[in-house]
Ligand binder design. Structure first.
Ligand code: ATP
Ligand code: MG
Length: 551
C-alpha cells in the first residue's frame, strides 16, 4: 500500500510491489473482509425506482459462493489450462459484483459488457471470446436469445431477474447450492478478466488481464484518491462497471480496501441526479470522467449545490484547467487527473495530497510504474521536454497479458530499446524536467498544420472556457495550403443559438488565449457529440465530417 511520505519523490521511493505467486482477484476483494468483518457494508445499491439495497461483505461472499457452485453445476469451469469465459452483461448493481467475484474465483475469465451495447458490439465480443455463459438480466437475456444462432459457444444464459423463456434464473440456480466455495488457487499471472478497449480509434480489442491486475491498480487508485482508504470513505462513479474505469479504478480496488461502493443505474445521466446522489448517499470519493464533469458544469444550478467531497479523480480523456477550477469551487476537492489505457491502466496520476496540480499536466508516474517518453523507431528514452510516445516499462503488474487471440497485435504493442522493453501506449506526450507528464494527443489525433504539431486537448479546454460552449471536439481538416487546419465541432450550452457571429467570437476566444496558429479556422455547431459508450469523443468521426465538408 502507498504510504504518504509528504512529497512525491519520497512517496515513490518508499513504495515496493508485493505480488504473491498465488493470488485470486475475486477472493481478494471479498473473502478477507467476509472473514474478519462480515457485516461491513460492501455495496449500497440506490438505483432510482427501487428501494435501496445494502450488501455486506459476508453476503457478497456467500452469494458469490452459491453462484460459483451453480455455474460449476452447469459445467462451467477450467477446461484444461484456460478458464471458461463468462460474460457479465449488467449495469451497476450488487449482482454485477457477485458475478465478477464468482467467475474469477472459479479460475474462469469474466468479460464485463455494457448494457448499452448494440447487437453488433455484443456479438463481436461474445464471438471473439468464445464465451460459454452470460450473466445478465431479463432484458439482456431476451437480446442474447435472439442472437444465439450466431453464438455457437454460448451454452447458458443466467438471469438475475429469474427464469423465463430465454434464461435460467440466478436464484433457482443458486438457492440449492452450498454457501461455501473454495477459490481456485490461481497464480497471480493466470487470466482473470477479458476487457475490451473503448473502440475510440477502431474495432475494440480484447485485453486479457491477469489476477495481479488488481494489485497493479492499487497505487494509482490510492494516489488519485488522495490516499484511499481514509476513515469514512465511500466511493461512487457514474462510469459503467463494464469499463476498466468503473471496474478496476473504482469497484474492485474500493472493495479490496473495504471501502463501500455506491451502485446506481440512472435511466439517463443528468447533472442534477449526480449532485443529488452524492449529497444524499454519503459519497466522499468520486471518479468523474471529463464527460460527466462537463455535463455537471453545464447545469446552471450546479454552483448552488456545492459539495464537499474528500477526493475526486478523473481520467480517460484530457481534464483541462477549466474543469479543474470548476471542481475546486463546486465539488470542494482538487480533481486528480490520471492516465492509463485498458491494456495498462492508471500509470500516471496527480495527487493533490502531495502537491498542487499543474494545469495541463496529468501528474507523475505512479509509484511502482516507470513511465517515459519513447522514440517509437529506436525504442530509446527521450530527454525531458521532447515529444514522443508515452511508454511504460515492462514487466509491470498492471500490464495486460496480451490481446485475446491476437499475438501479432500483442507483439506490436511492445518495443525493445537500449534501456529496456516498453509498452507503447500509442499516445503522444512529453515529460518536464520535474517528472510531470503531459498528454499531447493520440497518435492519430495530433494535427499537423503549417509545420506545427498541435494536440487537440489544449484547444478543446480553451473552447470550454467560452460561456456558450458545452462540449468541443477538435480535429484537423485537410487543407491544400497548410496540410491541415484546426476545425472545432461545438455543442452549445442551453440559451445559445448557432450563428456566424458566435462562431467568429468562439474562434477569437481561442486566438487571443492560445498561439495564433492554434485557433480554429472552422467552427461548426452540432447537436450531439459522437461518443463511445465510455464517454470519449470519437474524433475519427469528426475527421470524416471535416473531410466531407470539402475545401
Ligand atoms: P481504442 O483503443 O479501442 O481505440 P481507447 O483507447 O479509447 O479505445 P481506453 O483503453 O478506454 O480505450 O482508453 C485509453 C485511452 O484514453 C488512452 O490511450 C488515452 O488516449 C486516453 N486517455 C486516458 N487518460 C487520459 C488523460 N488523462 N488525458 C488524455 N487522454 C487520456
Ligand atoms: Mg486504446
Amino acid at each position: 500500500m502507498l504510504r504518504n511520505m509528504g512529497d512525491p519523490v519520497a512517496t515513490r521511493n518508499a513504495f515496493r510491489w508485493d505480488i504473491p505467486e498465488r493470488f485470486n482477484l475475486g477472493a481478494a476483494i471479498c473473502d478477507r473482509w467476509a472473514a474478519t468483518k462480515p457485516e461491513r457494508l460492501a455495496i449500497l445499491d440506490v438505483t432510482p425506482g427501487r428501494p435501496p439495497r445494502e450488501c455486506s461483505f459476508g453476503s457478497l461472499s456467500e452469494q458469490a459462493n452459491r453462484l460459483s457452485n451453480g455455474l460449476a453445476s452447469l459445467g462451467v469451469g477450467r477446461q484444461g489450462e484456460v478458464g471458461d469465459r463468462v460474460g457479465v452483461l449488467l449495469a451497476q448493481s450488487i449482482e454485477t459484483a457477485v458475478a465478477h467475484v464468482a467467475v474469477t474465483r472459479m479460475g474462469c475469465i469474466s468479460i464485463p459488457l455494457f448494457t448499452l451495447f448494440g447487437d453488433e458490439a455484443l456479438l463481436h465480443r461474445l464471438r471473439d471470446s468464445g464465451a460459454r455463459a452470460v450473466i445478465t438480466d431479463a432484458a439482456g437475456a431476451a437480446r442474447l436469445s435472439a442472437l444465439r444462432d450466431h453464438l455457437p459457444d454460448l451454452r447458458h444464459i443466467v438471469s438475475i431477474d429469474g427464469e423465463d423463456e430465454n434464461a435460467i434464473g440466478m436464484d433457482a440456480l443458486c438457492n440449492s447450492q452450498s454457501p461455501e466455495y473454495e477459490a481456485f488457487p490461481t497464480l497471480a499471472d493466470d487470466p482473470a478478466i477479458l476487457i475490451y478497449t473503448s473502440g475510440t480509434t477502431g474495432n475494440p480489442k480484447g485485453a486479457l488481464h491477469a489476477h495481479r491486475v488488481l494489485l497493479g491498480h492499487l497505487p494509482g487508485v490510492e494516489m488519485s484518491h488522495d490516499f484511499l482508504p481514509q476513515p469514512g470513505d465511500q466511493v461512487w462513479t457514474p462510469a459503467d462497471w463494464a469499463w476498466i474505469g468503473g471496474l478496476l479504478d473504482v469497484l474492485m480496488p474500493a472493495l479490496y480496501h473495504g471501502v463501500p461502493v455506491v451502485a446506481c443505474r440512472f435511466p439517463k445521466f443528468t447533472a442534477e441526479a449526480a449532485f443529488a446522489l452524492m449529497r444524499d448517499h454519503g459519497v466522499r470519493n468520486a471518479f468523474l470522467p471529463p464527460t460527466a464533469l462537463k455535463m455537471m458544469r453545464a447545469w446552471p444550478e450546479a454552483a448552488q449545490h456545492p459539495l464537499s467531497l474528500r477526493s475526486v479523480a478523473s481520467g480517460g480523456e484530457t481534464l483541462g484547467s477549466e474543469l479543474l477550477n470548476w471542481g475546486q469551487q463546486v465539488l470542494g476537492a482538487t480533481i486528480n487527473e490520471f492516465y492509463g489505457q485498458t491494456e495498462c491502466n492508471m500509470v500516471v496520476s496527480a495527487c493533490a495530497a502531495l502537491e498542487p496540480p499543474v494545469p495541463g499536466s496529468m501528474g507523475r508516474a505512479v509509484p511502482g510504474h516507470e513511465v517515459e517518453i519513447i522514440d517509437p523507431d529506436s525504442g530509446r528514452v527521450l530527454p525531458p521536454e521532447t515529444e514522443g510516445v508515452i511508454g511504460v516499462r515492462a514487466p509491470d503488474p498492471v500490464m495486460f497479458l496480451g490481446y485475446w487471440n491476437n499475438p501479432q497485435a500483442t507483439q506490436d504493442k511492445f518495443i525493445e530499446g537500449p534501456e529496456g522493453r516498453w509498452l507503447l501506449t500509442g499516445d503522444m506526450g512529453r515529460k518536464d524536467r520535474d517528472g510531470r507528464l503531459y498528454f499531447v494527443g493520440r497518435d492519430d489525433d495530433v494535427i499537423s498544420s503549417a509545420g506545427y504539431r498541435i494536440g487537440p486537448a489544449e484547444i478543446e479546454d480553451c473552447l470550454l472556457g467560452h460561456p456558450a460552449v458545452r462540449q468541443a471536439g477538435v480535429v484537423g481538416k485537410p487543407d491544400p495550403l497548410r496540410g491541415h487546419i484546426v476545425a472545432a465541432y461545438v455543442v452549445l450550452n442551453q440559451g445559445f443559438a448557432p450563428s456566424d457571429a458566435l462562431a467568429s467570437e468562439i474562434a477569437a476566444h481561442v486566438k487571443t488565449r492560445l498561439a495564433a496558429h492554434e485557433y480554429p479556422r472552422l467552427v461548426r455547431f452540432i447537436d450531439e457529440m459522437p461518443m463511445t459508450t465510455t464517454g470519449k469523443v470519437i474524433r475519427r468521426a469528426l475527421r470524416e465530417w471535416a473531410v466531407k465538408e470539402g475545401a
